[in-house]
Design a protein around this ligand. Structure first.
Ligand SMILES: *[C@@H]1O[C@H](CO)[C@@H](O)[C@H](O)[C@H]1NC(C)=O
Ligand SMILES: *[C@@H]1O[C@H](CO)[C@@H](O)[C@H](O)[C@H]1NC(C)=O
Ligand SMILES: *[C@@H]1O[C@H](CO)[C@@H](O)[C@H](O)[C@H]1NC(C)=O
Ligand SMILES: *[C@@H]1O[C@H](CO)[C@@H](O)[C@H](O)[C@H]1NC(C)=O
Length: 368
């Protein structure tokens, strides 16, 4: 019996061992699986969130300001709809500091470039400021468009709308036309810059990353401007009165109205441009009868001007006529006719605050 019972007992023991082994195995397996899923969840969550948000291309808004951004409250509402699809860089006078006392929007804190220069009467300082801003903004590879913004400029639409409009095309938006009427071209620039490449246009451009790099790397056109644009002129940005129509001041280059346009023409890149500005500027023509020697200056809208009607009339513009080239730009976006302007200037602070209270600007949903 013992001999019989022996194998039976041993079999039983063996079965129990196997059962325990399987149980331990299952437990261990489950534990490993559990730990693995927990671990990968911990690892995955932040990286997923990062890649979803951070991989989206951004528009870099490059603010050129004297001191503070007077319309910061309005931009604050605008950027609230931005969902990290933008970055901000500010060029202000050296020594001016953005802090809680000088701006009412957190978006402008810690956004100043640390090597700003004095921009005023003179030579190529304004375009150097533009190059400084681009140099900083290019360090972030997610910045895919570069929009220059003045301190009196307002957005006319909400963030998503402006983002889609700008990103929907692979071109830069550069106001650019042949400049034959004004004697701003200095023949001494020949042959480095031939006269047929001389262009005029607004400095408020939106550049693709490729064109931003061209501007930053430029070592031929910029030195020409430095060398031959010696007549000191107030940048258009600063101008509130007409430039005196003084014929003795020939070749007053006004670099900020010619540089980017001329450089891109010089590099044969005009085929990659939408040749118009996205920023509306109103010009006061009344101060000069003779259009050839006009002393134009941009109008500033004050509180009493800032009505929904004004905004509506700017938003309704759907084409721009370039006299010197007999060229009419019909504005389009995503292959459909569209309004031309996404931004407008120049607005005083009271004017901008008044607009924020109306339904003219759809900067956020509650305004729709
Ligand atoms: C939307 O704009 C209104 C002003 O018209 C403002 O009171 C409100 O706080 C804004 N909402 C957001 C989310 O920014
Ligand atoms: C600006 O900051 C960068 C790094 O953040 C530094 O390398 C550079 O030297 C600074 N420039 C000046 C002029 O302070
Ligand atoms: C805008 O509206 C608010 C509240 O409705 C008011 O307190 C403020 O004075 C208004 N601002 C302007 C500039 O009209
Ligand atoms: C932005 O504006 C467009 C056009 O005005 C509108 O269709 C859209 O609903 C707005 N989006 C938001 C988030 O307010």
């Amino acid at each position: 019996m013992k001999r019989k019972a022996g194998p039976q007992k041993a079999q039983h023991k063996w079965k129990r061992k196997l059962f325990t082994l399987i149980l331990v195995g299952i437990c261990f397996g489950t534990l490993v699986l559990l730990m693995h899923t927990q671990y990968s969840r911990i690892m995955k969550l932040p990286s997923l969130r990062n890649s979803q948000q951070n991989q989206r291309p951004k528009i870099a808004f490059l603010f050129i300001a004297r001191n503070r951004i007077p319309l910061d409250i309005l931009w604050d509402v605008f950027f609230q709809g931005g969902e990290s699809r933008f970055s901000i860089y500010v060029h202000s006078r050296p020594g001016f500091l953005f802090n809680k006392a000088t701006t009412r929007s957190v978006f402008f804190l810690d956004r100043q470039v640390n090597d700003s220069i004095q921009v005023d009467w003179g030579e190529a300082s304004m375009i150097e400021a533009e190059r400084i801003l681009l140099r900083h903004a290019l360090k972030d590879p997610l910045n895919q468009r570069f929009a220059f913004v003045s301190d009196s400029c307002i957005p006319l639409y909400n963030f998503s709308y402006i983002y889609d409009y700008i990103m929907s095309t692979r071109t830069s938006f550069v106001d650019s036309f042949a400049d034959t009427k004004e004697a701003r071209y200095n023949p001494k620039m020949h042959p480095v810059i031939p006269a047929h490449n001389w262009r005029k246009g607004s400095q408020w451009v939106v550049l693709t990353r490729k064109h931003a790099q061209v501007v930053v790397k430029d070592e031929t056109v910029f030195p020409m401007f430095q060398l031959h644009c010696k007549t000191k002129s107030l940048p258009e940005f600063w101008r509130n009165r007409p430039i005196p129509a003084d014929t003795s001041k020939q070749h007053n280059c006004i670099p900020d109205e010619h540089y980017v346009q001329t450089l891109l023409a010089q590099q044969g890149l005009e085929g990659e441009l939408t040749r118009r500005s996205l920023t509306h500027t109103a010009w006061d023509l009344s101060s000069s009868r003779n259009r050839e020697r006009r002393g134009w200056h941009p109008l500033t809208y004050k509180f009493s001007d800032a009505t929904p009607m004004l905004i509506k009339s700017i938003k309704e513009i759907d084409n721009v006529y370039y006299e010197t080239e007999h060229r009419r730009e019909w504005c389009s976006s995503k292959g459909k006719p569209s309004q031309c302007f996404l931004f407008a200037r120049k607005f005083t602070r009271p004017a901008a605050l008044r607009l924020l209270n109306t339904t003219a600007l759809e900067l956020n949903r509650s305004n729709d």
